[in-house]
Design a protein around this ligand. Structure first.
Ligand code: DX5
Ligand code: ZN
Length: 228
């Protein structure tokens, strides 16, 4: 496992009636981030949680909270999630009228900024943003729901993003994470790592099984096999 790999369990598949406990348990099981999917029934056809719930889980999350905004418009919610304890905030370029301004807003709010690429969204958006970003998130499903199947085409996109990120890191010396989100399981996490991902969101794969630590350990074992 040459890269420093991070596992980010998505709370979308957690038991929302016991959310604090779920966060505590998954952190104890070895999560590196807690991934919070924010959906608005407008940008995506589903509705989840807002800053109130982020603030409520904050005391249980002793690792960074990785907020994935699937909302349109984006900007009004950025300071609210920053105040609610987010460490990283990612958004979809199609959901913001002014992508560069939203990145600045996330940084000015004290968080790290990520840009998210839907399966059909070209990486062209990185051309004038990458040197400001802390994270690039490649979606391997269409956003909106947990439990969907991994879209294999995401592997090529990860490879392309990896190249761009590696040259940006070489140029600037700044850390930029390459995250993949959607359909990640123990049996395909290695292919995502081989394609260049270093941060892995997994919802149903982790919360769908009773032993979170065993699943996370199996994911790490699969990552350790990666030659990337
Ligand atoms: C989908 C979300 C994902 C989702 C992943 O819109 O962004 O984070 O919860 O769930 P799984 O791992 O079940 O595909
Ligand atoms: Zn997500």
């Amino acid at each position: 496992m040459p890269r420093n790999c991070r596992i980010a369990p998505s709370l979308l598949s957690a038991d929302f009636a016991r959310l604090g406990e779920e966060v505590r348990d998954v952190v104890a099981a070895g999560a590196d981030f807690v991934h919070l999917d924010v959906m608005d029934n407008h940008y995506v056809p589903n509705l989840t949680v807002g800053p109130l719930v982020c603030a409520a889980i904050r005391p249980y999350a002793t690792v960074p909270i990785d907020v994935h905004l699937m909302v349109k418009p984006v900007d009004r919610l950025v300071p609210e999630f920053a105040n609610a304890g987010a460490s990283l905030i990612s958004f979809h370029p199609e959901a913001s009228e002014h992508v560069d301004r939203t990145i600045d807003l996330i940084h000015d709010s004290g968080c790290k900024a990520g840009l998210v690429f839907n399966p059909a969204t070209p990486l062209d958006w990185l051309m004038h943003t990458l040197d400001k970003l802390d994270l690039v998130l490649v979606m391997s499903v269409n956003p909106g729901f947990g439990g969907q199947s991994f879209i294999a085409h995401a592997l090529q996109k990860l490879e392309s993003a990896r190249k761009l990120i590696d040259s940006a890191i070489e140029r600037t010396g700044r850390e930029i994470l390459l995250e993949v989100d959607g359909g990640i399981k123990v049996d395909n996490i290695r292919s995502a790592a081989d394609a260049g991902a270093d941060t892995f969101v997994a919802g149903s794969a982790i919360f769908g099984k009773p032993d979170y630590a065993a699943t996370i350990a199996a994911m790490r074992a699969a990552l350790a096999e990666s030659q990337a």
